[in-house]
Design a protein. Structure first.
Length: 312
């Protein structure tokens, strides 16, 4: 095979330099080269370089395929075509990395047609994730009918806590209220929903929460009334604050008549579903009609539990 030669047309025809190839040993004349468009390789026109074209439209205009084995650096990239394939095969790893330090999104896709916005496939062409036209997202399904449709199991770890008490505590009389001390290390405390220092439920995210609290009352020879209140942002131990409608999320009570002998341990319980922000806190208060009323340490039913139902 002859070695190609490259030379420039020195006549500067029609305001452009034309670079052409001729086979080695060819007898083509300069005049014939100037009139042979099929052997044009590069054209320089008005500071624009064309490869495969005699009318370059940009600083570099290539008609045909381009191969680069190094790094291609550009401030902006505009790709025109029906299909764009990015094959990231390298000797070490295969990945496409998008680094964005600007104020806009790292990746923005605009779909003006009726087809899906994006589709992601696993090995064997199995559809893993689809963002359908209109914005519905499907995981494991090709035709999502809701904003999010999942074909399979979902593992969600939401803020939750479960903590109980190990020590007896005197619950104050009705003219006051006592904060119930749930003091055992929580068996469940995801995202530190229960603050072990303040003994409060402190939401890590704004949402709708379910709360349940109870304590058992030790009774011997007294007839008692006992109450429990799940409070939001209570600031005092007075019943007017901790048991008021503005502070009370949930409320429970029990009336107990003393047995002729022995002890009984009735349980006072309360539940609540409440909208809580990250600045709110929840505490449990008890009250009754006798200063000797207690919840007992011998019953592990003295506990509080809570979990996030949904974020808001």
């Amino acid at each position: 095979m002859s070695t190609p030669l490259i030379f420039a047309n020195s006549e500067y025809v029609a305001g452009r330099h034309v670079f052409k190839t001729i086979p080695g040993g060819s007898n083509m004349s300069l005049a014939s080269l100037a009139t042979t468009a099929t052997c044009n390789v590069m054209t320089l026109l008005d500071d624009k370089l064309g490869i495969g074209t005699t009318v370059p439209r940009q600083a570099l205009h290539v008609v045909g395929n381009v191969l680069t084995t190094g790094t291609l650096t550009a401030s902006n990239v505009s790709v025109i075509g029906d299909f764009v394939t990015l094959n990231t095969v390298t000797s070490n790893t295969e990945q496409m990395v998008i680094t964005n330090a600007g104020t806009g999104p790292g990746l923005k896709v605009t779909q003006t047609g009726n087809e899906s916005i994006a589709e992601f496939y696993d090995d064997g062409g199995v559809l893993a994730l689809k963002i359908a036209d209109g914005g519905n997202v499907g995981i494991g399904t090709a035709a999502p009918t809701a904003k999010l449709e999942v074909n399979g199991f979902i593992n969600i770890k939401v803020p939750a806590c479960h903590v109980r008490s190990s020590s007896a505590q005197t619950i104050a009389a009705w003219d006051n209220s006592t904060k119930v001390d749930y003091n055992v290390t929580p068996t469940i405390n995801r995202y530190n929903l229960f603050n072990v220092t303040t003994k409060r439920i402190e939401p890590p995210v704004y949402g709708l929460y379910y709360i349940y609290a109870c304590y058992s009352i030790s009774r011997t020879t007294e007839n008692k009334y006992q109450y429990i209140s799940i409070t939001k942002n209570a600031t005092a131990t007075a019943v007017s604050d901790t048991f008021s409608d503005g502070k009370r999320l949930g409320f429970g009570g029990i009336s107990h008549h003393a047995p002729s002998s022995g002890n009984v341990y009735p349980s006072v319980q309360a539940t609540a579903i409440a909208e809580l922000t990250t600045s709110d806190y929840v505490e449990i208060y008890g009250s009754g009609n006798g200063a000797s009323a207690k919840y007992t340490s011998s019953d592990s039913a003295n506990f509080i539990m809570a979990y996030l139902i949904t974020c808001l």
